[in-house]
Ligand binder design. Structure first.
Ligand code: SF4
Length: 376
């Protein structure tokens, strides 16, 4: 089975740390929606007729769309793709866009069955530091409203490692999440991406430097507290109650095909990756002329191997030794086994049956360990 991702490239306000593709002007919203409908038809063969098990509206801010606008896009997808009856249909939402009436309309008039809410923090100072458009009250109110409208499959995004977040604050954020019985958490360390407002503010001494040591300590806290509260860390940054792993996220990590529609959206068909142009005006123009503006990269065996190691090691499924031997040959399998020995001795990697897994101390260094194991 495969997934479809739709990118809605508009936001009310630019968060300081964000390097996703979005525009704060909604002027082109209608033209963009029309272009999405055309692209869906143009891409109808990309997934070779595979059944779709997850549909994900991300951004940007999809909660800027009305129920009618969602339905227009979803009807078009129905026309050209085969959707599974048990499809996971997620919408990313920001707390400041939501009202009980709006969520009820989504519930009653669309097929949306999962919310991914960009809370990031329940603490006002933290939200202001990140330049989020919502306040602390809206963060809690929006969760209550989503639950009151009848949605239970909810994920929230949280950010740790900000200069404004003490360890005590971080525990407050996590415990609030548990109190709401949110079944899925995506938690990310704040990173300073190039060309963001945050990078600029730090360079000019207007914001404190983000500390790696603090992020590491808060990640450890996160892992321990989630474990104590029966959340499974099924990927380095993702935690879920049993059975509520996100199909959308899992699809990426299990190497399944996905199609991305909209400016900057990425697609993957197991042999190549492609990504649409990250420019709303150019995207709309090209699509209206009947062509999809994208760049493409064919993946050779080395790239496929490195991607598999990087992604699989970050998950609770781990690297599967039998799969590695069958796909990449005995020599590669042998050299992988000897390369991981030192991490086993250091207690950072463990083997369970055919699965090679990171331990808790390994997870704290996941990227470094994976890159050490890459083919160069
Ligand atoms: S709402 Fe999301 S996509 Fe928009 S600027 Fe903030 S982090 Fe970026």
């Amino acid at each position: 089975m495969a997934g479809i991702y739709i990118h809605i490239p508009f936001c009310k306000q630019a968060c300081h740390y964000c390097n996703f593709h979005f525009s704060t002007s909604l002027k082109l919203k209608n033209d963009l929606i029309k272009a999405l409908l055309i692209e869906i038809e143009l891409q109808k063969d990309y997934l070779d007729g595979e059944k779709i098990e997850t549909l994900y509206f991300g951004g940007g801010t999809p909660s800027l769309l009305s129920a009618d606008e969602f339905n227009l896009i979803v009807d078009k997808i129905h026309q050209y793709f085969n959707l599974d009856a048990e499809i996971e249909f997620t919408i990313e939402a920001n707390p400041d866009d939501l009202s009980l009436q709006k969520i009820k309309t989504y519930k009653n008039q669309t097929a949306i069955n999962r919310f991914s809410l960009g809370v990031q923090s329940f603490l006002q100072a933290d939200l202001e530091y990140m330049n989020r458009a919502h306040n602390s009250q809206q963060a809690t109110d929006s969760i209550k409203m989503i639950q009151d409208a009848g949605f239970s499959n909810i994920s929230i995004d949280l950010i740790y490692g900000t200069p404004t977040l003490s360890d005590e604050d971080w525990l407050i954020n996590l415990h609030k999440t548990f109190q709401f019985e949110i079944p899925h958490i995506s938690a990310y360390a704040l990173t300073v991406e190039p060309n963001t407002a945050l990078e600029h503010l730090i360079k000019n001494g207007k914001s404190e430097v983000v500390s790696d040591a603090k992020s590491r300590d808060q990640m450890l806290l996160l892992m321990n507290v989630c474990d104590d509260n029966d959340y499974k860390q099924y990927e380095v940054s993702n935690f879920a109650k049993d059975g509520l792993f996100a199909k959308h996220n899992s699809n990426y990590w299990l190497n399944k095909k996905y199609l991305g529609i909209g400016p900057s959206a990425h697609s993957f068909n197991q042999n190549s990756r492609q990504w649409n142009i990250a420019n709303n005006v150019k995207y709309i123009k090209a699509i209206n002329e009947g062509s999809i503006p994208f760049e493409k990269e064919l993946l050779d065996e080395k790239q496929r191997y490195n991607e598999y190691i990087m992604i699989a090691l970050r998950t609770h499924w781990g690297v599967n030794l039998e799969n590695l031997r069958e796909t990449y040959g005995f020599q590669q399998f042998k050299s992988f086994c000897s390369e991981i020995e030192k991490y086993q001795l250091e207690g950072k990697i463990t083997i369970s049956g055919d699965q090679v897994l990171l331990t808790q101390s390994g997870i704290l260094e996941a990227d470094r360990i994976a890159s050490d194991l890459f083919l160069v």
